[in-house]
Design a protein. Sequence first.
Length: 391
Amino acid sequence: GRNSMRPKIMEEVEALRGVNSAKIKEAHEAGKKVVGMYCVFSPSEIALAAGAIPVSLCGTTQEPIEEAEKVLPRNLCPLIKSSYGFAITDKCPYFYFSDVLLAETTCDGKKKMYELMAEIKPMHVMSLPQTAEGEDALEMWKNEIVKFINFLEEQFDVEITEEKLRDAIKLMNRERDAMKRLHKLNAHKPAPLSGMDMMLAQWLKGFNVEKEAGIDLIERLIKEVEERMEQGIYAFDEKAPRILLTGCPIGAGSEKVLKALEEAGASVVALENCTGYKGLDVMVDEEKDPITALAEKYLATPCSCMTPNNRRLDLIKRLAEEYQVDGVVDLTWQACHTYNIESYTVKKFVQEELNLPFMQIETDYSDSDTGQVKVRVEAFLETIEVSAVAN
């Protein structure tokens, strides 16, 4: 069955959640500072340079949403409701042990939710420019990075030196490089890793309390996968339609569309979203002044909160070619205005420029539409098979 097709080290990767829940508690008790973050725009390097542990905070499961809806509107994006729900129910150990929170003004929903969350823990908000283009935007974002440095220095009574920033930049680049090499294994046809396993490995990096151990684990996973490829062991056969998944972030608990695609026989080979490849694409320039280098890297993130967001189209094009994809699926959460509106642009681009089949699925974290998603996914995959025959 499927499991013999799965790299052994994936079991270690999956165990990371439990391991790191225990490690974050130990670190906290040993007096280590913890900075909780939600977004791919959050510069982990600055937390590392402050001698703190940067961690992703929970926000990918349906469970705490009901509690969140006592405060937040029901017709709000599930990621925002889940994040807030975890914060108020104390069900996320990473939130619980965070000394400070880093928020960012990526979208209106998060921005306003963060005001409520700020009542629970000390929070710093980084104001993101509306555009990534031009000198003004870069200057503004550099300024925001300096403010965050000052905030952590004050909170933790430390000095963030240029040398510490440079070391942190090197460490994060090494993590990105390992994650990028892991992702690129799926450019091979057929793919050696299922989209589900790739998603888990990429998503869990945010919860790594010990960066070096996390990098080592990914290196070992890459090695195992490469050995399996030499033996001709792949996650799918040649005939499986290859899918690029783009859109909103996903994690364990919010992976139903990815699961539906693979259960219907597709191989999800590329995850363009910010829990996948988006943040790995650009490295931090290690030669430049660290603050400028960090500002440039993070501002280059092709998120739908940016206007315009042409870099996302460039990235989709590159991934579609490199990973030899047969179709593109855009997953958007309900009430995520930026991704839902941008989906029109992505559809036009994928169909007209890339000549590939496209489907958008707008959904939430609940399983109420699982049947409907399954039907749509199967119909979509049939159109891909038909066009493959026609070509």
